[in-house]
Ligand binder design. Structure first.
Ligand SMILES: [Fe+2]
Ligand SMILES: [Fe+2]
Length: 315
């Protein structure tokens, strides 16, 4: 865990910390005595300018590398900058991703506890056992706690998958109070598991990006494989229940052009699709409001996923 973050740096402070090198421009010194470097350092809280008068220090360091720097903060042209005394590359393995990526600002453990609270409501022994095998697996839980729900579109921050999953579960609970005939155990189980493929769809070390597995298979296929693998190790799991659960994962995007090989073919699957879609789109609109706050605008930029401009109203 880092102890110094960009947004806390002030003029006069000494810096001894790890950042991502996010900009590097080498320049000739005017006196002809070698190079200096215009730099920028970043972490999850933002970025700050930097300068190194000894450009040779930077020859083995590239943009995107993690670097440990020592230096001092001063103000130049009204902006803070770090004057670098020493800089060295840090291996990716030594880095804690949480220091460098946007993350859920609330308590992610509370989100996990609430999701487990929904799990506890599942009475069907097979579905309950299936969920338990996931949540007793510490590797799964750690990934599920950390994963983003998207690269850009919605919940694109560490913990976003769990936050989105909990919203889906809460919406499903409300819908069940209207459509009482639906299978509540199936809805909760599919609600919890519908996006678990995202724990492998994304890589989230320096920035949130698709993994090779994510690019080639996508979270719908990865998630259905994860569920099928667990069920295969559970003798006596009813075939019909397995098919329904698999179908709900495969059809939750609703249409083939949105990545689902099947359209929802029974009520629980249809409900999951609409709830998933609702949460994602409401979150996109919410983000559009946040992005334009304080800019005195009535309409957002064109939103490529929602395919419209959002009315922001009067500020
Ligand atoms: Fe999804
Ligand atoms: Fe989802």
């Amino acid at each position: 865990m880092k102890s110094q973050f960009v947004d806390e740096l002030r003029a006069g402070q000494t810096v001894k910390e790890t950042f991502v090198l996010s900009k590097k421009i080498m320049k000739d010194k005017k006196d002809g005595g070698g190079f200096y470097a215009i730099l920028e350092f970043s972490d999850r809280s933002g970025s700050i300018d930097g300068i190194s008068w000894d450009g040779e220090n930077l020859s083995h360091i590239s943009v995107g590398d993690f670097v440990f720097i020592t230096g001092n903060v001063n103000e130049y042209g009204g902006r803070l900058q770090v004057v670098v005394n020493a800089i060295s590359r840090v291996e990716d393995e030594e880095i804690d991703a949480k220091d460098f990526l946007p993350q859920y600002t609330g308590d992610i453990d509370e989100v996990l506890t609430d999701i487990e609270g929904f799990k506890a409501k599942v009475k069907d022994v097979h579905l309950r056992r299936l969920l338990d095998t996931f949540f007793e697996d510490s590797d799964f839980v750690e990934r599920f706690r950390l994963a983003p729900a998207a690269k850009r579109v919605h919940h694109a921050y560490l913990g976003g998958l769990a936050v989105h999953t909990l919203s889906v579960l809460r919406l499903l609970e409300n819908i069940r109070s209207v459509y009482e005939f639906v299978n509540s155990d199936l809805l909760i189980t599919a609600g919890i598991l519908h996006d678990i493929g995202k724990i492998y769809e994304y890589e989230y070390k320096k920035n949130i990006d698709l993994s090779n597995r994510g690019r080639l298979l996508g979270h719908i296929v990865i998630g259905s494989e994860m569920v099928a693998e667990r069920i295969a190790r559970m003798p006596g799991f009813p075939e019909d229940l397995k098919l329904k659960l698999m179908h709900m994962i495969l059809s939750h995007h609703g249409e083939t052009e949105w990545g689902s090989p099947k359209q929802p073919l029974f009520p629980e699957a249809l409900i999951l699709h609409f709830v998933d879609n609702l949460d994602a789109k409401v979150e996109m609109m919410k983000q559009a409001f946040e992005k334009h706050r304080g800019k005195n605008r009535q309409w957002s930029d064109y939103h490529p996923y929602l395919e419209r401009e959002i009315y922001l109203g009067e500020e």
